[in-house]
Design a binder for this molecule. Structure first.
Ligand SMILES: Nc1ncnc2c1ncn2[C@@H]1O[C@H](COP(=O)(O)OP(=O)(O)OP(=O)(O)O)[C@@H](O)[C@H]1O
Ligand SMILES: [Mg+2]
Length: 400
């Protein structure tokens, strides 16, 4: 039994000899040894075709044959054989040493001398087939390994690419944040400096008057210092509120936004009794959100609508909703001063104001706060406006 077990008996074997008796004898020997796939051929001109068709594991090849001798057949086989291991054992006449050596040089692996001894023939054939099968197995393993390595390399390359992509994204995000932070700190320091300058300026004027002993304007200077201080306090409070919002946990529950809008509207009306403003609230608008935070949103949006429609006698403010499901957008609309949408990209940045502080009071933090709250809910907010044409602020909230 071969070291490879039964496997060896499936080998494809071709016996080539112009003497049919030799072919029959070898076929019989191989057959009785258990080989299952043995073919015989007496015309050497048919070998190439058969070999190409079946890719034999072993060719037992006679050397002296009419039409084409064994050397010529081996040359043909070498030309089509895919690897350098030509599976040929030549059959030579006993004592013909020169032919045997030439055959080995021509690529044959071994030789069998005629007349042959059955046990020797089988042993040589078995050795040859074993070597061949082992070689094939080794090559198969190598190619599996190669494939594995190629696959791993591909995975690594992919991983590398996604990593690089992620780093690129993060860098872009960080750069964007950095730029925002820069413009934020610029506006903050700029806006905080204005009241500070007022305080210093009027304090110096007050000091001069006190030194001169005549104080006709001191009351006014003091008042200016106080209101600048108050404005600064307001700015700092708003800023702190905005910063805290980022950290505050959101507590979602079913909320009646219409009810909140009516309450906020009533408070605004009470705070501005001189205004004759009509507020229209669509009833029963519900959302899944944080009630406290949504109150802040509506206070700011309705507050803005109130404030920026103060120039109109027939001011109308509406709270309603459009669309359905995930597409639903709530809106706060006024028919007031409006603003140029060219500024829209800055609308939600803190301290950005598009109207003069003289005409309309404010710190410019309201919409930044609203934006933070809506985004933290997973929604979005956008504006539609034009100077003197009123404003509609729309926002969406994800459905539960
Ligand atoms: N309904 C609106 N109509 C016209 N302009 C608006 C309206 N809402 C916002 N704006 C413009 O956008 C700017 C930013 O609004 P935001 O609410 O952030 O600040 P503010 O109202 O000026 O101050 P704050 O809300 O902090 O008191 C406003 O200064 C104003 O120019
Ligand atoms: Mg505001």
């Amino acid at each position: 039994m071969s070291v490879l077990g039964d496997l060896i008996y499936d080998s494809r074997i071709l016996v080539v000899d112009d003497n049919p008796a030799n072919v029959a004898l070898l076929e019989a020997i191989l057959d009785s040894a258990g080989y299952r796939d043995v073919q015989g051929l007496t015309d050497p001109r048919g070998v190439l075709g058969r070999f190409v068709e079946r890719e034999h594991d072993l060719v037992l090849l006679d050397i002296q044959m009419p039409h084409l001798d064994g050397f010529a057949v081996m040359r043909q086989l070498s030309a089509v054989h895919r690897d350098d291991y030509l599976p040929v054992i030549v059959l030579t006449a006993f004592g013909d040493l020169d032919t045997r050596l030439r055959a080995l040089e021509a690529g044959a692996r071994d030789f069998i001398t005629k007349p042959f001894d059955t046990r020797e023939v089988l042993r040589r054939i078995e050795n040859m087939l074993e070597a061949r099968l082992l070689l094939r197995e080794k090559r198969a393993q190598a190619s599996v390994l190669e494939e594995l390595v190629a696959e791993r390399t591909r995975q690594l390359r992919e991983l590398n690419q996604t990593l690089e992509e992620r780093v690129r994204q993060r860098t872009a995000e960080l750069e964007h944040l950095n730029r925002e932070l820069e413009s934020f700190s610029y506006t903050v320091s700029h806006d905080l400096r204005a009241p500070l300058r007022a305080i210093n300026g009027f304090a110096a004027l007050l000091r001069d008057e006190l030194q001169a002993g005549s104080i006709p304007n001191s009351q006014e200077y003091l008042q200016r210092i106080l209101s600048a201080g108050e404005r600064m306090r307001q700015l700092i409070d708003d800023l702190l509120m905005l910063a805290q919002l980022d950290r505050k946990a959101i507590q979602r529950k079913p909320v009646d936004l219409s009810a909140i809008a009516r309450e906020v509207g009533a408070a605004l009306a009470a705070a501005h009794p001189q205004r004759s403003l009509r507020l229209a609230v669509e009833p029963d608008l519900k959302a899944h959100c944080d009630p406290q935070l949504m109150r802040i949103v509506l206070e700011n949006l309705l507050g803005n609508a109130w404030k920026y429609s103060s120039g109109r006698e027939d001011a109308v403010v509406e709270f309603g909703a459009e669309g359905l499901g995930a597409e639903r957008a709530f809106y706060v609309r006024d028919n007031g001063a409006g603003f140029d949408l060219a500024y829209a990209s800055k609308l939600f940045q803190p301290f950005q104001r598009f109207h003069s502080a003289k005409a309309y009071e404010g710190t410019g933090v309201g919409l930044a706060t609203v934006h933070t709250i809506i985004v933290r809910h997973g929604g979005r907010i956008w504006a539609e406006s034009a100077p003197d044409k009123g404003t509609t602020m729309r926002f969406s909230l994800p459905e539960p």
